[in-house]
Write a protein that binds this ligand. Structure first.
Ligand code: URA
Length: 319
């Protein structure tokens, strides 16, 4: 797709959303266990049809109207034939009355996107992938995602879907909010500046990046690195739920408020969520600052380190 086409599609999606049309997703494809994740969008109220206007017909007459004056010789052949057509055309039908103004019913209003915790999104699976089967199980999720067009981020200039990185059998998973420019270009999460800081944090914990699993709430880059919108996060979360269920990490670290909000299904300031354990699909989950935030405010690195140390103690990496 050319950048121009992408831009036009994006503008069209924006236009539809300005109209309140949020139901832009593929129908029929989500698996049944995820079918109830999005608020149902009712069918739009039918707009009253404009009264039918019978087309005015020209009186059927075998007598062609006379053209009284010959075409001026200076006219081009096209102009002359146009003039003849006009002269012999039947009277134009009256234009139909303008349609009744489109009444936007509540059904068209943006649905309130409920904040649903990852625990409430789906039952925990009854059967778990064995360690040997986890790579293939994750690969099948990636395959299912395909060249995704389930949410507007597909039309927002995305270059790569950023699925995840790391060890399918990891004990520890990091969850960020969404890819940035470097991740979008490479298809790998946390490879830019924030990623380098995350690597340092992982190493400081005594781990290697290859030992942990890293993913994001949304797999496509939000334009301009804005926060993912609820409709985007809600749409994409089904895949992260599955990834967590397959990897089954003992521990998750939510990086930043956006990741914490969607994982936990609560909208609270980050400080209110730090320093305690949360449950996300059976994984003990800690919340800490996003590395990008720590790059902007390095004075908070000590606080983040406290959060990671708590995780290290629980993991038995530190007494
Ligand atoms: N920030 C994120 O939240 N995720 C990435 O993958 C990169 C930067």
């Amino acid at each position: 797709m050319t950048p121009e086409t992408t831009e036009r599609l994006r503008a069209y999606v924006d236009y539809l959303r300005d109209l309140g049309v949020y139901d832009l997703y593929r129908r029929g494809e989500p698996r049944p266990e995820f079918a109830n994740l999005l608020a149902p969008v009712q069918a739009p109220r039918p707009v009253a049809a404009a009264p039918a206007v019978a087309p005015a017909r020209a009186p059927a007459s075998p007598v062609r109207p006379q053209v009284s004056a010959p075409a001026a010789p200076s006219l081009s052949p096209f102009a002359a034939s146009q003039q003849r057509t006009n002269a012999s055309a039947p009277p134009k039908p009256a234009p139909p009355p303008p349609p009744a103004p489109l009444e936007l019913s509540p059904a068209f209003a943006p649905p309130d996107m409920p904040l649903i915790s990852f625990n409430a999104r789906a039952e925990l699976p009854q059967h778990r992938a064995s360690p040997d089967d986890k790579p293939a199980a994750l690969q099948s999720i990636r395959h299912h995602i395909g060249d995704c067009t389930r949410c507007p981020l597909a039309y927002a200039g995305r270059r790569n879907i950023v699925f995840a990185d790391g060890n399918p059998n990891a004990r520890l998973m990091f969850v960020g909010e969404g890819p940035g420019a470097d991740e979008d270009a490479s298809g790998v999460p946390f490879v830019g500046k924030a990623g380098q800081l995350l690597n340092n944090m992982i190493n400081a914990m005594g781990l290697k990046r290859e030992e942990v699993y890293i993913a994001n709430i949304v797999k496509c880059r939000p334009p301009g690195n804005r926060n993912p919108e609820p409709v985007e996060a809600n749409t994409c979360s089904q895949f992260l739920v599955e990834q967590i269920d397959i990897v089954q990490p003992q521990f998750i670290v939510a990086l930043g408020a956006i990741a914490a909000t969607y994982l936990l299904g609560v909208k609270k300031p980050l400080v209110a969520l730090r320093g305690q354990w949360h449950d996300v699909r059976g994984s003990q989950t800690a919340v800490t600052y996003h590395p990008a935030y720590l790059l902007r405010d390095p004075s908070m690195k000590g606080e983040a380190w406290k959060d990671l140390q708590r995780v290290m103690v629980a993991m038995g990496l530190k007494s």
